[in-house]
Design a protein around this ligand. Structure first.
Ligand code: HEM
Length: 468
């Protein structure tokens, strides 16, 4: 009896761990198979799903190709190991889900690194938080801080920070490139948010934020830990450099510049001039279309099982709006891979001039001018702030400077060799050469900043002789 018992326990000791491992492997492999009635997509490999079929550098291009291959306006479903991913490749699908069924599509997918390591009980970061009372309250506060009246009230700060950015570039000299340029851009873009929140510039906040460079490196570390498509923390920081690249084209430079001269009569552009700078605005929308900083926005998720147009989207699936594909659709845009700001002057959505793209019709279909800021209940609350900031910054920068490629080099605009996409799509290099334009002196640049600083100081409650 005892011998049998011993044998049994020995067997148990030997087989139990094996059984445990086998069961876990089996459960995992089963979880990598396509769920029943999942939206159609390519067949994957048990254990890996479709992981090996996805372009690691620009996954959004693979998703678009799958959609085109199918030739039907339906969501594409696929498996990244055991994760369910559903990609929406058309404006109609984004509207039907994120906009019309916002309550279901406003969660965020669970990401181990994000949810357990980077954020946690003591740190909440709205971009990755699940839908719920905290996100609702946070978004309400932010929307209040960024509403049209608030943006108007803060106009002097937007003005002065853009003017200060121009001064900083001037002081950095003609070769403010690489890290130097990237840090100036970062400091400028962050300023408005910090001033709006606590009337201080980022470098005056003390503690970890005192060193703007540290913040930048910290952000880079963070970014490298997140799988592509998780979203974008500070997209504007990445945006301006790519905005610089197209200025290589001389004709475009001349056109933006002459519009600024025409509208301002040669004085530095101010917020009141912005509504008249139509070509500059066209460039802004074209930058966002052509090289969207977040090519797959930030993934939304469904907090419960969802049936959409007959397909089952299981609870917790990541649902991605493929901004890249929407912005590069041949059916909607003429020569979508070319940078053509003029398309926005011809058509309010920058689209083909045919009956199908009639703007009233597009509006009734819930079409947006740009999907660069996402859609639905988790759409970017900073959109108007970013637009105001970037238009003012671009106008003042182009008023003051001629922007040229680094000596003897071309600016690489090709997606294959010139861009990286981690948390955001961005150019590999921020190297450009800047020089003051004919007719603009250093004194003009400083005077403009002094003038705008006085108005900013009044709004912020600062002494008005402390411009730095
Ligand atoms: C060019 C500039 C910007 C771009 C392209 C951009 C893009 C985006 C995108 C694609 C999302 C995800 C939207 C979605 O899930 O559907 C997002 C979320 C967010 N953005 Fe922006 N953004 C920009 C500027 C800003 C600015 C200036 C602010 C703050 C003042 C801001 C604050 C946020 C916040 C708080 C979220 C998270 C919202 C949520 O999860 O509920 N963004 N942004």
């Amino acid at each position: 009896m005892i011998a049998i018992g011993e044998e049994f326990f020995l067997n148990l000791l030997f087989y139990a761990p094996l059984l445990f491992i086998f069961t876990n492997v089996a459960v995992f492999v089963i979880s990598t198979l396509r769920p029943r009635n999942f939206p159609p997509g390519p067949r994957g490999i048990p254990g890996l799903g479709n992981l090996l079929q996805i372009d690691k550098k620009f996954p959004f291009q693979t998703y678009g190709a799958w959609f085109n291959a199918r030739g039907q306006d339906s969501p594409v479903g696929f498996k990244a190991a055991n994760n369910n991913l559903v990609v929406l490749n058309s404006a109609r699908l984004v509207h039907e889900t994120f906009d019309k069924r916002g309550a279901v599509y406003s969660d965020r997918p669970y990401l181990y690194i994000n949810n357990e390591w980077i954020t946690g009980n003591d740190l909440k970061f709205v971009l990755v938080e699940n839908a719920g009372p905290w996100v609702t309250r946070w978004r309400k506060n932010l929307t209040y801080m960024l509403n049209p009246a608030a943006l108007k009230r803060l106009t002097p700060a937007y003005e002065a920070e853009a003017a200060r950015f121009v001064v900083k570039v001037l002081e950095a000299g003609p070769n403010a490139k690489g890290e130097g340029m990237a840090n100036l851009l970062l400091s400028y873009i962050l300023s408005i948010q910090c001033l709006g929140l606590c009337a201080k510039r980022p470098e005056d906040l003390g503690g970890d934020l005192a060193n703007i460079q540290e913040l930048r490196y910290a952000q880079q570390d963070w970014i490298s830990m997140v799988t592509p498509g998780a979203g974008d923390v500070f997209p504007p920081l990445r945006y301006l450099p790519s905005a610089l690249a197209p200025w290589k084209d001389k004709a475009l430079r001349q056109r933006v510049r002459s519009e600024i001269l025409e509208v301002t009569g040669g004085v530095p552009p101010r917020a009141d001039h912005i509504p008249s700078l139509k070509y500059l605005e066209a460039c802004f929308y074209e930058f966002l279309r052509w090289r969207p900083p977040a090519p797959q926005a930030a993934a939304h998720a469904t907090p419960k099982d969802e049936i959409f147009e007959g397909y089952r989207i299981p609870k917790g699936s990541a649902v991605i709006a493929n901004v890249w594909h929407l912005h590069h659709s041949e059916a909607d845009y003429e020569a979508p891979n070319d940078f053509i700001p003029e398309r926005w002057l011809r058509h309010p959505f920058g689209m083909r001039l045919d009956a199908e793209h009639d703007s009233t019709r597009l509006e009734t279909q819930g079409r947006r001018r740009t999907y660069a800021f996402g859609a639905g209940r988790r759409m970017c609350p900073g959109m108007e702030s970013a637009k105001k900031n970037l238009l003012l910054g671009m106008a003042k920068f182009l008023w003051a400077f001629e922007v040229l490629p680094p000596d003897g080099q071309d600016i690489d605009l090709s997606m294959e060799t010139g861009y990286i996409s981690d948390l955001a799509l961005r150019p590999k290099s921020t190297d450009v050469v800047v020089k003051l334009r004919d007719g603009v002196s250093r004194e003009d640049v400083y005077n403009h900043y002094y003038e705008t600083y006085k108005e900013e100081a009044e709004v912020m409650g600062w002494a008005n002789n402390q411009y730095r």
